[in-house]
Design a protein around this ligand. Structure first.
Ligand code: NIG
Ligand code: FE
Length: 414
């Protein structure tokens, strides 16, 4: 059945946003007065609204939606989340305010260690229920595709369990589509030595994960105190050999050489990259590595917000994502956009590119899910805002700017 969205406000279609480093308004925004015609979850055409109204009003064959002048943006893509885990670590804020660092809290038995033990004892039903609520929340803030990492199992049994739950969620309707990443190398579990765990990762977990077939990528937390550059290299090379795409966490707390490895291995994306020196940022760019900025992390860790000026000056491609995890519970990409635009001075169209077309570049989106733009012949996956202005997408911190979402053929009012 056809759907016709009449009386659109401005449409940030983003069709030409990869042609220019900073996308221009004239090439990526349609002014108000258009209609979007959808046929079998694909955009059939974007046309004049008055003409579409004449053609379709009164027809029983189409679902007519009067957008009432609201602006429209593409579905948002969250390229970095730790979606599935159990427990609650919100009390850790007190330890940080008392002067403990993230690493010290982990050594005290908090951090990833604590979430791991709670996730190991959680049932599949509990993980799926928690994941469902998180995905519905993300959708109500405009997320239509999400990357979800494992990493709170730290043994084969629980890493497989997390990915199995993610796969069940990926088959439910009216949720963002999901791609999964194996992050067994998120931390070292307490019950064995580091050498034993490295051996378990390479000879036990990884082959089982590949066999299971639910993860498309592998990721490593490459940071002093967690996985060294050498250990990260071993895991990433072996993962690639077995057919997984590569991602990395680098330089969240200090510059430790992870960016060099990211460039050498041409990984898909190197995320955080907060303390990465400028010359290595350029090396990553030359090697085709995306820089994944995660403003939620400095926000919760009490650090300065990112400075994007150097990235912009050198035209370094980057994405913006939530990094949703027990220590950083952001599920709203528009709030991440508010940090980038209202606190760090990023242009709102550039920030939108970082969550749409640039995000699509590093995502496993099959052709049916081809997202990132609002464009004839591509997936009809878009968000209708509460405002006539496309710029509003990142300017309602504390509440969602999204009125409704068209998700693969389904129109969902939030
Ligand atoms: O990306 N830094 C490593 N992993 C997460 C945090 C995980 C946690 O604290 O549970 C991150 O920030
Ligand atoms: Fe992360």
């Amino acid at each position: 059945m056809r759907q016709v969205f009449l009386n659109c406000g401005s449409i940030a279609h983003m069709q030409n946003s990869l042609d220019e480093y900073v996308p221009s308004i004239e090439n990526n925004i349609y002014s108000s007065g258009k209609a979007i015609i959808v046929n079998s979850s694909i955009v059939e055409s974007i046309t004049d609204s008055t003409e579409a109204e004449e053609e379709f009003s009164g027809s029983n064959e189409v679902q007519l939606v009067d957008v009432q002048g609201r602006s429209i943006i593409p579905g948002l893509i969250d390229t970095h989340t730790h979606l599935l885990w159990a427990g609650d670590r919100t009390q850790e804020i007190r330890y940080r305010l008392e002067g403990k660092t993230y690493a010290e809290i982990e050594q005290m038995g908090g951090g990833i260690t604590l979430t791991t033990s709670l996730t190991r004892s959680a049932t599949r039903e509990e993980l799926i229920e928690a994941g469902y609520v998180r995905l519905r929340t993300a959708l109500s803030h405009g997320t239509t595709h999400i990357e979800a990492k494992s990493g709170y199992g730290l043994n084969a049994e629980t890493e497989l369990k997390i990915l199995e739950c993610g796969n069940i969620l990926s088959n439910l309707n009216q949720l963002p589509s999901i791609e999964q990443t194996w992050l067994g190398a998120h931390s070292f579990p307490k019950e064995c030595t580091k050498e034993e765990y490295m051996d378990d990762l390479l000879s036990n977990q990884l082959p089982k994960i590949v066999d299971q077939g639910f993860a498309q990528s592998a990721d490593v937390f490459c940071e002093p105190g967690w996985f060294s550059v050498e250990q990260s290299e071993d895991i990433l090379r072996q993962s690639r050999k077995l057919g997984l795409d590569l991602r990395m966490h680098i330089d969240e707390f200090e510059d430790s050489g992870g960016a060099d490895l990211a460039a050498e291995l041409h990984v898909n994306t190197a995320d955080h990259a907060y303390f990465t020196p400028d010359d290595l940022r350029l090396r990553m760019k030359e090697s085709g590595v995306n820089t994944g900025c995660l403003p939620g992390a400095p926000f919760v860790l009490g650090q300065q917000m990112h400075d994007y000026s150097r990235l912009i000056k050198e035209e370094i491609p980057f994405t913006l994502a939530t990094d949703f995890n027990p220590n950083c519970q952001f599920l709203s990409l528009p709030l991440i956009g508010a940090f980038a635009v209202q606190r760090s001075g990023l242009h709102p169209l550039m920030a939108l590119k970082c969550m749409t077309t640039q995000a699509a570049q590093i995502s496993n989106l099959d052709s049916q899910h081809s997202q990132g733009t609002i464009q004839e012949g591509r997936s009809a996956t878009f968000n209708i805002l509460n405002s006539p202005h496309w710029e509003s997408w990142c300017q309602t911190p504390g509440h969602s700017p999204i009125h409704s979402t068209q998700l693969e053929g389904k129109y969902i009012v939030h």
